[in-house]
Design a protein around this ligand. Structure first.
Ligand code: FRU
Length: 318
């Protein structure tokens, strides 16, 4: 080849390279087409996806269990890295933490929101920014999220109500200690329960919002005990609440006259209370941590998932 042809040949080769697509972006590594790689320095597998997990608080054992379920499920997938944030039962803090996840442009967010209405906009903001959002256990309003995972709280409330009607033979004086009523499980466990006792002679003599917290439940129960000589049963929206009520009754020497029913049914909490005879029943509320990770993986791998995943619940009695 004569020297004067060399520049033309070089130009031709460059054009062939560009038009054949070799220079296109699809072939640059993306999270979708890159397998997890091994870091030669640490010998550890590098994750290719980051999940932000926003937990509303870690005060109750149930929430610790949820994080543990998420962590354990994610451990099986080296391509996943989960960053946990605890909002310490503070809605504003949880909103700020969500904003941090959005700025960091994480690949997916899991949120178990403290309250529905005030956390709806920030969930929508993440969703609109193209970050898939899995809402776990407590709902937000509207449909600006990718998927909701949780058990049917209305059904659980209804199951508890039916069980109570049967146990009390259709009549009695009941105290209802409600979960935070700005959160959807509190609203639904209340509605389902009231539906189930409709038409019976069960009378709700005292009701209070104990905000899911054992010390609050104990305090409210002290007021109920002071006001009423006869209380047949306490229906609390979670096991810490039922336990708080039991402790108040025990301090007043009245725990043997009252039945206690709670929700959550954790192996290390509600189930133990039932075995010990502290609670008469506990209705299981699964954390959904494992299901959240399984669903997250599907989304990250480009699969479509159901908008709503409903988890089953069991009843624990002696
Ligand atoms: C824990 C908890 C559980 C309850 C759930 C409802 O914070 O109060 O006891 O079942 O949240 O969202």
């Amino acid at each position: 080849m004569g020297k004067k042809y060399v520049p033309f040949v070089v130009l031709l080769l460059i054009s062939v390279f560009l038009f054949s697509g070799c220079g296109k972006k699809e072939n640059t590594p993306t999270p979708e087409n890159t397998p997890p790689t091994e870091n030669p320095a640490s010998g550890k597998t590098e994750s290719k996806w980051t999940i932000g997990m926003s937990q509303c608080n870690l005060g109750e054992p149930w929430r610790g269990q949820m994080n543990e379920d998420v962590r354990r499920a994610a451990e099986a997938y080296p391509e996943l890295k989960v960053i946990f944030k605890d909002a310490q039962n503070d809605t504003l803090k949880q909103r700020a933490q969500m904003e941090e996840f959005i700025s960091a442009d994480v690949d997916l967010i899991i949120i178990s929101p403290k309250e529905a209405a005030p956390l709806t906009p920030v969930v929508a903001q993440a969703y609109e920014a193209g970050i898939p959002v899995l809402v776990l256990d407590r709902r937000v309003l509207g449909d600006q999220y990718t998927c909701f995972i949780g058990a049917d709280n209305k059904q659980i409330g209804e199951n508890a109500g039916k069980w109570i009607v049967e146990k009390l033979g259709g009549k009695g004086k009941v105290v209802e200690l409600k979960g935070l009523m700005t959160s959807t499980p509190g609203q639904d466990r209340h509605t389902g329960f009231r539906k189930a006792i409709e038409g019976s002679q069960i009378e709700i003599i005292f009701e209070a919002d104990m905000k899911w917290l054992e010390p609050e439940a104990r305090k409210e129960m002290e007021s109920a005990l002071a006001r009423f000589d006869q209380i047949d049963l306490v229906y609390a929206h979670n096991d810490p609440g039922a336990h708080g009520a039991y402790l108040a009754a025990q301090a007043a020497g009245r725990e043997k006259d009252i039945m206690f029913v709670g929700i959550d049914g954790l192996a290390q909490e509600g189930q133990v209370y039932v075995q010990q005879g502290i609670l008469n029943a506990s209705f299981e509320y699964p954390t959904g941590g494992k299901e959240a990770i399984e669903t997250a993986l599907k989304i990250l791998n480009g699969q479509t998932v159901e908008k709503e995943i409903t988890l089953p619940s069991r009843t624990f009695t002696k």
